[in-house]
Design a protein around this ligand. Sequence first.
Ligand code: GDP
Ligand code: GDP
Length: 436
Amino acid sequence: MKSTVALVGRPNVGKSTLFNRIVGGRRAIVHDKPGVTRDRHFAKAEWAGRHFWLVDTGGWVAESKDPLARSIREQVISAVEAADVVVFLVDTKEGVHPADTEVAELLRAIRDRVILAANKADDLPNEVSHHAFHELGIGTPWPVSAATGKGSGDLLDQIVAILPQEAEVEDAGVVQVAVVGRPNSGKSSLMNRLLGAERTIVDAKAGTTRDAVDSPLRYHGRVLNFIDTAGLRKRPKVKDDVEFYSTLRTARAMERADVCILVIDAGIGVQAQDLRIAEQIWDCGAGLVVAVNKWDLVEHKDTATSERGRAKVVHRAPFLGHAPFVYLSALTGFRARKVLDLTLEVAERRQRRIPTAEVNKVLEALTRRTQPPQKVGREVKLYYASQGGTEPPTFNVVSNRPDAVATAYKRYLLNGFYEAWDFLGVPIRLRLRQKR
Ligand code: GDP
Ligand code: GDP
């Protein structure tokens, strides 16, 4: 699993500039909560072959007499809890600020996983201004200019040098499962129900790991490993940060997961955020089981109720037409085992391989039924296709003009593939390739 690196420091020292420099063009996940002035984000980053999550803890702070405003202190405490490595940013143009000294105090106990970065050292290699920060007693200050990029390679070398070793490749044959969803949808109740209450009470010892323990479950001869997701057991000390870090943990868990169980609260109904989480699962290539929980709260329910509900959701997010839904109650245990059955089925489908002859037969039938729309110039032809990979299943279609194949037509092919083969719960991919 990837490690987490958090950027902390006073406002205006250059955290977001450094974040953008390190992350480059990759898409950041922004945590913009309406009404909250701090906007924080995290994204995947890579240096020297090491991959990690980079977290910008933000820096908005109200006017305050306190040199280290409460919000910064809270950010630092949360970052220390959640991150494997903390990059403490200071500003060489300002010199040592009283607030820097306070942050250094907060970080002292974990100084072996802190990197001190002295930013705005724009005159490298002729800078000396960073030496002043030795006085913080938190290690060597590394000069960097986030604005120009100077020194950032050396800084990244220091960061990856202290990243914990990545976990070995996941056990083959074990199905990695993440239970995700909005707060209060019933994730912990469902995990307790599935795992047996006594097993989830175990609390990770403070300070041993940043992510709490996983819980394996034997089922029908397979092992389902439940990844600890939304900090189900361990709540961050700082309330305001609960949601931010649970979003981060969820993203980390999704990436490791073979199958995600998305828990939705039937008492409240499907919210925009539920659909966003579903989309994130689908995009990252994990399998998906939609668990509509708290079914005990829904009155006058029958098959028609659930079918109508599903149709409405699929109308809003068509890809969910390719995912199985189960209506259950974590509270009473109603249909809880059904979730496990669906999870195993989805995991197996995600590994399926369709023989090339079969793929081409279906492609031919689809193109015969509807030709690819033609563009001006040369004719658009699709020649043949094959399955290039699994987990998620990826189909390569070879064309003379791959860029000229319209999005709507790709969707038509994808839907045709879903109809031809049973990939319920699995995001399949379609790639158009140039004929050589
Ligand atoms: P944050 O509040 O810590 O996220 O800081 P920002 O990244 O928003 O940067 C604050 C200001 O410092 C902005 O005006 C940046 O352009 C400027 N800045 C950031 N990095 C550098 C740098 O390396 N050199 C100089 N001269 N200015 C910088
Ligand atoms: P989490 O934040 O997603 O982990 O949600 P919890 O498992 O903590 O559940 C949130 C609340 O919903 C708790 O009060 C649970 O008792 C309740 N809850 C969970 N599952 C069900 C259910 O199936 N039916 C009903 N009626 N309540 C439930």
